[in-house]
Design a protein around this ligand. Structure first.
Ligand SMILES: [Cu+2]
Length: 109
């Protein structure tokens, strides 16, 4: 292989490797969600095994809520935690009812 051909091949491989942008982030395997500063759940998407209790911890300077699938609304003052058991498999969306756009998702496998 000539030097020029090797350089062209390396460039082509670089282009292919760079094609990953634009895909949504994979859910993170953790049972703990921080309500990070400011107005967001971190990480937004998590995955847990069935039977796991997920804990939310409010690390923000403001009161937030956690409402899973339109159910009970739990208020979290700064520093508070809330744990909820996920027995069934599925995908559960949750929101902070006080702040539109502040939401996350739990995938139970
Ligand atoms: Cu909020």
């Amino acid at each position: 292989m000539t030097r020029a051909a090797a350089a062209a091949l390396a460039a082509a491989v670089g282009v292919l490797a760079g094609c990953g942008g634009g895909t949504p982030p994979e859910p993170v395997a953790t049972s703990r969600v921080e309500l990070a500063k400011s107005y967001r759940f971190s990480p937004e998407g998590i995955t847990v095994a069935a039977g796991t209790a997920v804990t939310w911890h409010n690390d923000d300077n403001f009161t937030h809520t956690v409402q899973v699938d339109g159910g009970e609304t739990r208020k979290l003052a700064p520093g508070d935690t809330y744990s909820r058991h996920f027995a069934q498999r599925g995908t559960f969306d949750y929101v902070c009812t006080l702040h539109p756009g502040m939401n996350g998702q739990v995938t139970v496998r």
